[in-house]
Structure formats: structure tokens, C-alpha cells
Design a protein around this ligand. Structure first.
Ligand code: NAD
Length: 421
């Protein structure tokens, strides 16, 4: 049978698996299988040649039992409603596992930003706010940047929303530039949170991180900071990295500054001299202590899961491992750490931004990092404790299922006490 690769079907299957293990109430399960609100808009945008083009935009608020919706806006040519729904579900579990006062949401527009000039991008960003103004707000649903959306785009969106509401609304969106009260420490928070999780996982599995072999797929925001931080924080050796064109491998370890230069000059990591070329498929199967998928969904499937040679799999991307692959990895003893724990640093610091905006009082970078470490380390420990609790009851469950059980349990409890079922 062909493997299911639709991200929303995968998200539903993960929820169903968790619901079965934890004995979730049937009414709560039904409520949590679908988003609470889905809005699709046909958005008119003035283009540079004076014509108006219609773009399809989405905003999905998956669940708000524990707080306002929270989740990024993607501008991507292959954006689809099912991808946005899946990502909004994962945001719900991410915010719940981190135990921060947010539900989950996500948004997107089908567009190709590479063909648009800055004025068209600004027009689209402002038009998105006008289209979704009634379902967004600091106490309703709070967006953030995602793939191909930037702090500048957040600034335009915040400005447009503020004009419509007649007052400054800094807390209606996060990932803003510092000039309009973004948070210190936001730019590398996703990778840094992942590194705190890696530190705890290595400690637990007694893996020495100094000189540990690290392989990274993806050289964007998440992947570049992961490279830099793994070397700086642990003295680890990044032996391979890739982008969409393929990767490079050197057993001696790659040099971060040289790699950045090669990427800037040639547009590809493959411009790096003195290393072997590898395809993205080969890269995933390299012998490593830590494998970090930091690119896109569905990279480790039932086809290649049996060939993964890493001790720790740190899911920095969203949805890099399919449910069938998950089962194979567990059987093979790979310590697979789930995306909605590993990459939660971004939303945790977004939460700090929202809190600071509401209080009008701002924290330094070190304070942000310390608070991030406390929250994400607690999430990791909660997950391990849940695994142990289930093992005590004779049920062996994966780290992903343990994290799901905590996250789903908290949302279900909030819905129950609010009288939703
Ligand atoms: P990005 O656009 O900055 O970088 C993506 C990288 O992946 C690029 O280097 C691209 O070349 C590479 N890539 C694309 N297709 C590939 C392929 N088929 N094989 C190998 N590499 C490929 O995006 P990002 O912000 O770094 O996000 C990466 C992942 O991390 C996404 O799944 C995203 O949802 C997730 N994530 C990011 C953040 C964040 O704060 N940036 C937060 C949470 C989750």
C-alpha cells in the first residue's frame, strides 16, 4: 500500500494513535481531529504593471481552549489548505507541550515571492491583514513569520492592522523587527531551543557531544544556526550539510565560515571546496551521532527509515518523519525526538515577545535564553517522565507519543473545564 504523505492525514493519524494509547474521551477526540475555524480568502493585490491579481490565502485556527491561536504565515507556491491545517494542529500541540498561553493556528498564501518586487510583497502583506482582520488580534489569533515571510513583512502587517483598529497593536503579531518591539533572541531561537533539547538527550543517552558527528539537512534559518550553535556550544563536528541542490561531506568536519562564504558566492553549499558531494538521500543515511533534518516534510519515510545510521534524530523541520518511518526508527533504537518539541524554541520566544508587548517592559538577550532553556528543558523532562510512567504500566511508547499524550491531555482538560464537552 502506498504510504500516506498528506500532512493533515499524518497529523490526524498521530492524534488517533495518541488518543488510543491515552484512552481519550470520544467527544474530545472528535473536537481535536479538525480545526475549529478555517477561513479561505480571495485576496486582490495591485501589481507593478497596474493590474490586480487574485491570490488565495488561508488562516486556520485549530484550537483556542488554552489561549489565542498562534502560528506563522507561509508565502509559498505549493501552499495548500491541508498543509496549513496540519501545521496548525502541530502548533496546537507545540504550544501545549511548552505549556504557554496559546492555542494553535497557521496561515498561508499561494504565491511565489521570488517573482514579486518589494512593493508587491508589501501590497500582499497589507491585503492579507485586511482579508483576515476579523479573525486575527492579540487576544484572538497571533501570526508570526514562517517560510518566505520575514520580520519586514510582520512590520507591514502590524502597521496595517493597527491602522484598521485605530491604535498601535504591537502584540497582534510576533517575529517583528526590534524597532517595533520584537524580542531579543528571536532570530536564532528555533535552533537554540533544538540545541538545549540535544544537550539533554545526549546526557540521557550518555553520548559525548565534543567531536560528535553531526549531519544537517537544510541550510536556511534553522539549519545554519544549528550548524553554528552545535560547534560553538558543544565542540561537535558537522560532517555533512545540504540545501535543495544537494550536500557536501567531509569526515574531518566542515568549516562554518567557509561554508557560508561558498553559499553566498555560488548560491549552493556545493561550492564548498575540499569536501565530497552527496545527494540529499545519501546525506540522510550517513553514519552520525546526530542527524538534524532542518528542511521540509516527509524526508524520512518507510523507504529510507531502515537505513538511518544516527543515534539521535533531532527533528528541527516540521513533519520530516512519517508515521510508518517512526515505527521503523523505534525498532532500530534511533532516539527520534519529535518536531513539536525540538523546534518549539521559535514559538516560545514568540510567546515572550507577546508577553513583553502586553507589559511594555523588555528583557535582555540572556534573560530570554535562560527562560527558553527552562521551558524547553522542562518539556523534554516531562516527555521522558511520561514514557517512564507508561513503561511502568507495561506500555512502551515513543518520545513522540509521550509528547502527544501530554499536549493533547492539556488541551482536552482545558476544553472539559470550559464546558466544551
Ligand atoms: P528556510 O526556507 O530558511 O530554509 C530551508 C532550507 O531547506 C534551505 O536551505 C533549502 O535549500 C533547503 N531545502 C529545501 N528543499 C530541500 C530538499 N528537498 N532537500 C534538502 N534541503 C532542502 O526555512 P527554515 O525557516 O530554516 O525552516 C526549515 C524547517 O524548519 C521548516 O520545516 C520549518 O517549518 C521549520 N521551522 C522553522 C522555524 C524557524 O523559526 N525558522 C521554526 C519552527 C520550525
Amino acid at each position: 500500500m502506498a504510504e500516506e504523505l498528506n500532512p493533515f492525514k499524518i497529523a490526524q493519524r498521530q492524534l488517533d494513535d495518541a488518543a488510543g494509547i491515552m484512552g481519550l474521551d470520544k467527544q474530545a477526540h472528535a473536537l481535536l481531529r479538525e480545526p475549529m475555524r478555517t477561513v479561505v480568502a480571495n485576496i486582490p493585490v495591485k501589481m507593478r504593471d497596474g493590474t490586480t491579481k487574485a491570490f488565495t490565502g488561508f488562516r486556520v485556527m485549530y484550537n483556542n481552549a488554552r489561549g489565542p491561536g498562534k502560528g506563522g504565515i507561509r508565502f509559498h507556491p505549493q501552499e495548500s489548505l491541508d498543509t496549513v491545517k496540519a501545521l496548525s494542529a502541530w502548533m496546537t500541540w507545540k504550544c501545549s507541550l511548552a505549556n504557554i498561553q496559546f492555542g494553535g493556528a497557521k496561515g498561508g498564501v499561494i504565491c511565489d515571492t521570488k517573482t514579486m518586487n518589494p512593493q508587491e510583497l508589501e501590497n500582499l502583506s497589507r491585503a492579507y491583514m485586511r482579508a483576515f482582520r476579523n479573525v486575527l488580534g492579540p487576544n484572538i489569533d497571533v501570526p508570526a513569520p514562517d517560510v518566505y515571510t520575514t520580520p519586514q513583512i510582520m512590520a507591514w502587517m502590524m502597521d496595517e492592522y493597527s491602522k484598521m483598529s485605530g491604535q498601535d497593536e504591537f502584540g497582534m503579531i510576533t517575529g517583528k523587527p526590534l524597532e517595533i518591539w520584537g524580542s531579543e533572541g528571536r532570530f536564532d531561537s528555533t535552533a537554540l531551543g533544538g540545541m538545549y533539547v540535544l544537550r539533554e538527550a545526549a546526557k540521557l543517552k550518555k553520548i559525548k557531544m565534543k567531536n560528535a558527528k553531526v549531519v544537517i539537512q537544510g541550510f536556511g534559518n534553522a539549519g545554519t544556526f544549528a550548524f553554528d550553535l552545535a560547534t560553538k556550544m558543544f565542540g561537535a563536528k558537522v560532517v555533512a550539510i545540504s540545501d535543495s541542490t544537494g550536500g557536501v561531506y567531509s569526515d574531518k568536519g566542515l568549516d562554518y565560515a567557509k561554508l557560508k562564504k561558498a553559499k553566498d558566492e555560488t548560491g549552493s553549499v556545493q561550492g564548498y571546496k575540499g569536501a565530497q558531494s552527496v545527494t540529499n538521500e545519501e546525506l540522510l543515511e550517513l553514519d552520525a551521532d546526530v542527524l538534524i533534518p532542518a528542511a521540509i516534510e516527509n524526508q524520512i519515510t518507510q523507504k529510507n527509515a531502515g537505513k538511518i545510521n544516527a543515534k539521535i534524530l533531532l527533528e528541527l523541520a516540521n513533519g520530516p518523519v512519517t508515521p510508518s518511518a517512526d515505527e521503523i526508527l523505534i525498532q532500530n533504537g534511533v532516539f527520534d525526538l519529535p518536531d513539536f518539541l525540538v523546534n518549539s524554541g521559535g514559538v516560545i520566544v514568540s510567546y515572550f515577545e507577546w508577553v513583553q508587548n502586553r507589559g511594555g517592559y523588555y528583557w535582555g538577550e540572556n534573560e530570554v535564553y535562560k527562560k527558553l532553556d527552562t521551558i524547553i528543558t522542562k518539556s523534554f523532562n516531562d516527555m521522558i517522565q511520561t514514557q517512564k510512567d507508561y513503561a511502568g504500566k507495561g506500555k512502551k511508547i515513543s518520545p513522540r507519543m509521550a509528547a502527544y499524550i501530554i499536549a493533547v491531555g492539556r488541551v482536552a482538560a482545558a476544553m472539559k473545564v470550559r464546558g466544551w464537552y
